[in-house]
Write a protein that binds this ligand. Structure first.
Ligand code: ADP
Length: 396
């Protein structure tokens, strides 16, 4: 079955057309500057094509995607009817959704109710869904939520110790994100190790620009580092991760700015970028470290320590761990960070093979045979996961 996977942002739209049987990506691309002058679509099969197309709204963007996919020269399908379903990444499903669903008006209503919890993402996701419903009538749309996998967390994990009315009235609680990735990677590691998914204790370290750690026990997310918003947890590219909440008022007073501005600083100007005064990209940080840049070295130390704190906490929460898995841009491609994290964990009897750790961007076992805990790299593939979930629902 051919499935169109859509990840819709406020002014951008990423897409992949995936053949679910072979799991091959037939075409992928990106619409940029939707609603802004100079919008364009970049489309990749064997070659890359960029076309400037006027896209005042997401409807034109979806039309441009369909036109490219069915184009005489660069298209990969003869007509739209070959696309059997659309899978949408939806960031926040609140407490409404604990698994992917077929999207209808009722579901859209519920997603809209979560807008306040993800104001940058959910409204854009809804626009993308509506555009597909309009441009591709009759084709089923499936919503796959970043938060859904974590709905198995118990109160002990998801309640914040703030007045209960904030949960009762506004549903302020830990939700967690990257659920599609944590679910995909934790299932895959069970296959690799050859143990039943529902008998395994795994810690998944999704380390990309955004980063989160998840404790998966017996096939369920039991704890995760991101919270109500994707700002909390480990140190990220430009996000601070966990800080003392008292810092907000102190910065606001010193700099004479409001909470909104402090939150923007914590989201956009902090993390690896803020601390290194250099870059949010670990390739630049590695280079700076090799040149002896003290700030870059410190940034790396702070980044690694934050990850280790969560791994330690989750070993305690699950009372043990069978496997630790690294994934996403940094997790898949940065041997230094993997080595530094694992060196901290020798108390758990973890030893890694330095040769294996040189391998990047592919599935690899890092731990030695004598290691008490298995350590792996498993590349994440959120689009494929969304495609698989979509097929499962549509076929049923
Ligand atoms: P996003 O959260 O935006 O999807 P990614 O998962 O692509 O982010 O991760 C981005 C990070 O991954 C950057 O810090 C970058 O340094 C690192 N990264 C990505 N690809 C590579 C690579 N080939 N080599 C080294 N680092 C990489």
């Amino acid at each position: 079955m051919q499935v169109l996977v859509i990840n819709c942002g406020s002014s951008s739209l990423k897409f992949q057309l995936i053949d679910s049987d072979s799991e091959n990506v037939l075409a992928k691309g990106l619409c940029e500057r939707i609603g802004i002058d100079g919008s364009s679509i970049t489309y990749k099969t064997d070659e890359k094509v960029t076309r400037e197309i006027d896209m005042p709204t997401h409807n034109e963007a979806i039309k441009a995607v369909i036109d490219m996919l069915t184009d005489d020269e660069v298209g990969v399908v003869s007509d739209m009817s070959q696309i059997k379903a659309v899978g949408h990444r939806v960031v926040h499903g609140g407490e409404f959704f604990s698994k992917p669903i077929l999207l209808d008006e009722d579901a859209l209503d519920k997603i809209e109710k979560c807008n306040d919890l993800a104001p940058l993402h959910n409204p854009a996701n809804i626009i993308g869904i509506r555009a597909c419903m309009e441009i591709m009538p009759g084709i089923p749309n499936v919503g796959v939520f970043d938060t859904a996998f974590h709905q198995t967390m118990e109160e002990a994990s998801f309640l914040y110790a703030i007045p209960r009315k904030f949960y009762d009235k506004y549903k302020i609680r830990r939700y967690g994100f990257h659920g599609t990735s944590h679910s995909f990677v934790s299932k895959r590691i069970a296959e690799i190790i050859g143990k039943p998914y529902d008998e395994l204790k795994t810690i998944v370290c999704h380390l990309g620009n955004g980063a989160s750690i998840c404790a998966v026990e017996n096939g369920k997310s039991v704890d995760t580092s991101m919270g109500l918003t994707p700002l909390s947890g480990v140190v990220m590219g430009t996000r601070s991760g966990d800080i003392d909440p008292g810092i907000l008022e102190v910065i606001a007073n010193f700099e004479d700015v409001d909470v909104k501005e402090v939150t923007r600083i914590l989201n956009k100007e902090s993390g690896v970028y803020g601390l290194s005064k250099n870059s949010s990209d670990f390739r630049d940080i590695n280079k700076a470290i090799n040149e002896g840049d003290e700030k870059a070295i410190q940034t790396m130390d702070v980044y690694v320590r934050a990850i280790v704190r969560f791994i330690g906490a989750y070993v305690a929460v699950m009372n043990g761990v069978d496997a630790i898995v690294f994934t996403a841009g940094v997790g898949e491609n940065n041997p230094n960070i993997r080595k530094m994290v694992c060196d901290y964990l020798s108390y758990l009897g973890i030893t890694i093979d330095d040769q294996a750790n040189k391998i990047c961007g592919e599935e690899v076992k890092l731990s030695t045979d004598s290691s008490k805990v298995d350590v792996y790299v498993v590349p994440t593939n959120e689009e494929l996961a969304i495609c698989q979930e979509t097929v499962k629902l549509v076929e049923n």
